[in-house]
Structure formats: C-alpha cells, structure tokens
Design a protein around this ligand. Structure first.
Ligand SMILES: Nc1ncnc2c1ncn2[C@@H]1O[C@H](COP(=O)(O)OP(=O)(O)OP(=O)(O)O)[C@@H](O)[C@H]1O
Ligand SMILES: Nc1ncnc2c1ncn2[C@@H]1O[C@H](COP(=O)(O)OP(=O)(O)OP(=O)(O)O)[C@@H](O)[C@H]1O
Ligand SMILES: [Mg+2]
Ligand SMILES: [Mg+2]
Lengths: 245, 245
C-alpha cells in the first residue's frame, strides 16, 4: 500500500484538517499504519493530535510523535519554523523533493501518510502536491468552493505536465453537506456530474460534533463515534482504503 | 473619513469575502464612496463585483471598475498576475508601500476602502495590513477559528512594533453564528469576554442566503435584503460607519 496523500484545497475552511484528522483516526482503527504530516502553519491538526508539542517542523528535523489512543497513528507536528523554511525553497518541486526525502528518513513508509495543507497554492501545499502519490480535495457544497475547484485542478494539471511524478487526483470529498439546503443539493449534483468517478460516494454531513471535537483535542472517533459525521468519516475511510489496495 | 480597512484572517472560510462584499454594498447604499480591492488570488470578491473581468491586478495597473446597481461603489479586481507580483516583493512592508502608492494614484481616497485578503499571513495580506488604517477580523464561532485569532493578533502586534503606521485592530466580527449551537454560544462568549471593546455588537447569523447570493453575482442587498444575514450586515455597516466619524 504505502500511499502518500495530500489533502489540499486553496479555498479556506472546506474541511481539510477535519478530513485529515478523522480519516487518520479511522484508518488507524482499522489497523493501518498511518502518519499525519501537518504542513499548515496554523497547526490545527497538531493542536488535536499533538496538543502540547513545542519544537521544529518536519523541515527543521521534527520526529514522529505517537497519538494517544491509536497505536498505529503517528504525527509530525507543525513548528514555529515552518514559515521560515518555506522561504528557503526556490519552488514547490524542490520543496517537494526535500519533503519526500525527510519522510523517507523518518521511518519505513507507513500504509497511509496524510498531509494537511494550508489554504493556498504556494510553496508548502505545492511541496505536498509534488511529494504525494494522490491528492484528496475536500470541497464544501457552496459556490465559492465550487469556483475554486477549477483552480486547484488546473494547478494540478500544470504540475503533472512538468513533473510526471506529481500527485494524481485521488478523490473529491463533499463536506458540510446539508441535505435540506437547495444550494448544497445543486452544488453536489454539479460536482458529481462533472467528476463522476472522482467524487466519493459518501458525502460528509454538516454535524456540529465535528466542529466541537477539536476543542477536546479529539478526533470524532473518540469524541462521539455515533454521530452522522463520525459514521460518514468511517464510510469514507473504508472507500479510501478499498481504493488503495 | 477616508479610511482603509483590511479584512483579514489567516484562518480559511471565516467570512472575509462575504463581509467585504456586503459591507461595501450597504456602505454604498448609505451614500458613502466605497472601493473594494481584491487581494486574494482566488478572486471570490471579483467574481461577485466584476464577474466578467479579464485583466491585470492592482500591481499590474488595474483601474477601478464600477459595480452595477451601486453608483458610489467601485472595485479593483484580481488579475492572473497577482501571484507573480507577490514574488516581486522582499517583504510585506515594501508591498504595503506600493499598495498604498497605487491606490493613491488611482483616485481621490474614497470614504471607505475595503481590502479582501487571502487566508494566510504571507506577503499579500501582510501588504494590506501595512497599508491599512484598521484591520477587521471576521471569525466564525468555532474552535479552530478562535485558536487562529491569537496568531493574527500576535502578527499584528509584531508589525505595529516595527512600523507604527501599520493597521490598528478595527474590530472583530462574529460570523456564521448559530444561536442554537452550544459551541457557537461558548466561542462567542469567550471572544466577547477577551475583547469587549473590539467585538461588533452585531453577530452575523448563519444564513444560507449569504452563501447563495454569490452564485448570482450579487451582494445580499440585491439578492435578498430581508433575510437575517442581510439585516445583520446592514446593522454592522451602521456600527462601522458610526465608528469612523
Ligand atoms: N462536516 C462538518 N460539519 C460541521 N462542521 C465542520 C465539518 N467539517 C469541518 N467543520 C468545521 O468547519 C470549520 C472548517 O473546517 P476545517 O478547519 O477542517 O477546514 P480547513 O479546510 O482545514 O480550513 P483551513 O482552510 O483554514 O485550513 C472548522 O471549524 C471545523 O471544525
Ligand atoms: N453568515 C453566513 N451564513 C452562511 N454562509 C456563509 C456566511 N458567511 C459566509 N458564508 C459562506 O461560507 C463560505 C465561507 O465564506 P467566505 O468565502 O466569505 O470566507 P473567507 O474567509 O473569505 O474564505 P477564504 O479563507 O477562502 O478567503 C462561503 O461559501 C460563504 O458563502
Ligand atoms: Mg486546515
Ligand atoms: Mg475569501
């Protein structure tokens, strides 16, 4: 297996971090060895998976920290130095090579590595897209997010033309889906029509438990595994793992 | 009056663009001369206020476009060249000086200039924070957004120590507030307790009309002015304009 997935979308607030944290938890629950790499200077994934961490980021020599409650899950947290390292690279491809190199030095490749990206198409997310095998794009069912989908797909295509090793599209995940809103139904239908093979059949519903779990530094698995949001992330994890074999 | 306000928050999806577009519309409705500057390469504000624009960004020589339906509102849209210009500057202060300079060349200062920032603390939002008189920080009532508030306030403080001309905190706006959720009430209470003077008394409720209006390239004023979201932006605009006199 040993798949490296970048979870990316330059549109902000679409559920990138929520997807990384919860996919990682359910994949580890199923027995896969999982590594989360936090490449977002905001450090939201780190605040859940390694809340007391003080230290460098991956580029500064960070190691893998265990995550309480899940034996096969580890995290490389963000450090205050991440932004400084971003300035060191002349482009994303160079940063991507170093990212891959550092990950290979850290450990034998786990079954699944998930990289949480910041909301941009700058050097850090670019590095993740160069280093990754696949990219998973969370998108909320709203107009601005749909507009942004074209941008990241065009960016991805441009990258693949220059660097055949760059990530392939690994899936589009509909998030914060509210069945009762016409807007959400329309956007979801439009995205499924344009990308029939790429969109996960499970959509993540809007569920306040998903927004509350981080304030307890927990994934939804440990916070409240029976909520609609939890069951949806369990189903998406199964879809993802089935697709990787 | 002639106030330049940067609407910024490195946390993604908190309502920066929605706030810029709708504050601008209601301020223009009240007769103020208003300019919106889109500094986000995503171009979400431009897709509502100048949907058919093809051309350079402010740094590439863009002019002011009128906005249909509001005589005293103009917009400087985003162009494909924006990301290239970002690489030209060695730091935010230099970019901020050029931003101020270009705006001064474009026109006599309008009563109100609103800059829509991308979700980061990189050069472009940094330029806006250096050029602006005040910064308005939208924040959704959720955990990650609250965590991020400390980061942007620390960034702002660091800037003010180096550059006394840099923006002062002009207000914190609670967005997507859902009265029925405990999480929202807790976060709102915590933010109001920490920043009693800075938080606008009006909170913007979660209202699907605000998410639907952009797909019609309209502000909420023209899309559906009687919805809770519209009435809240009207009230916030009044609070903002009263505070500027
Ligand atoms: N399905 C959901 N239902 C309800 N709330 C959600 C859901 N998914 C995410 N959230 C909440 O919405 C907000 C945005 O999600 P999140 O921070 O994961 O997005 P992001 O894309 O990582 O944001 P950024 O662009 O800032 O990195 C967070 O407060 C999160 O807790
Ligand atoms: N009060 C609200 N009620 C319901 N939906 C809202 C509200 N405010 C904003 N939205 C929707 O939430 C999403 C995020 O808002 P918006 O794009 O304005 O945030 P942003 O901070 O500008 O995002 P980015 O960080 O990507 O620039 C958009 O789809 C928008 O239409
Ligand atoms: Mg995130
Ligand atoms: Mg925006």
């Amino acid at each position: 297996m040993a798949t490296l997935i970048a979870v990316a979308n330059q549109k902000g607030g679409v559920g990138k971090t929520t997807t990384v944290v919860n996919l990682a938890a359910y994949a580890a629950l199923k027995g896969a060895s999982v590594l989360v790499v936090d490449l977002d200077p905001q450090g939201n994934a780190s605040s859940v998976l390694a809340p007391d961490y003080q230290g460098p980021s991956l580029f500064g020599g960070a190691g893998i920290l265990p995550v309480a409650g899940l034996d096969t899950l580890g995290v490389v947290p963000v450090g205050d130095d991440l932004i400084d390292h971003e300035h060191r690279f002349s482009d994303s491809a160079e940063a991507g090579r170093e990212l891959r190199h550092r990950l290979n030095e850290l450990c034998d490749p786990p079954d699944l590595t998930l990289i949480d990206c910041p909301p941009s198409l700058a050097i850090l997310p670019g590095a993740a897209l160069h280093a990754a095998d696949r990219v998973l794009i969370p998108i909320q069912c709203e107009y601005y997010a749909m507009e942004g989908l074209g941008q990241i797909l065009a960016y991805l295509q441009g990258m693949q033309e220059e660097d055949p090793e760059a990530a392939q599209l690994g899936g589009i995940l509909l998030t914060m889906y509210d069945e009762s809103r016409t807007l959400d139904r329309q956007v979801a239908a439009e995205v499924r029509a344009h990308f029939p093979k790429e969109v996960f059949s499970t959509a993540i519903p809007r569920d306040v438990a998903l927004a509350a779990a981080p304030s307890h530094a927990q994934s939804i698995l440990h916070f409240d595994p029976l909520t609609p949001g939890a069951l949806a992330y369990l189903a998406v994890t199964k879809e993802l793992l089935d697709g990787l074999e």
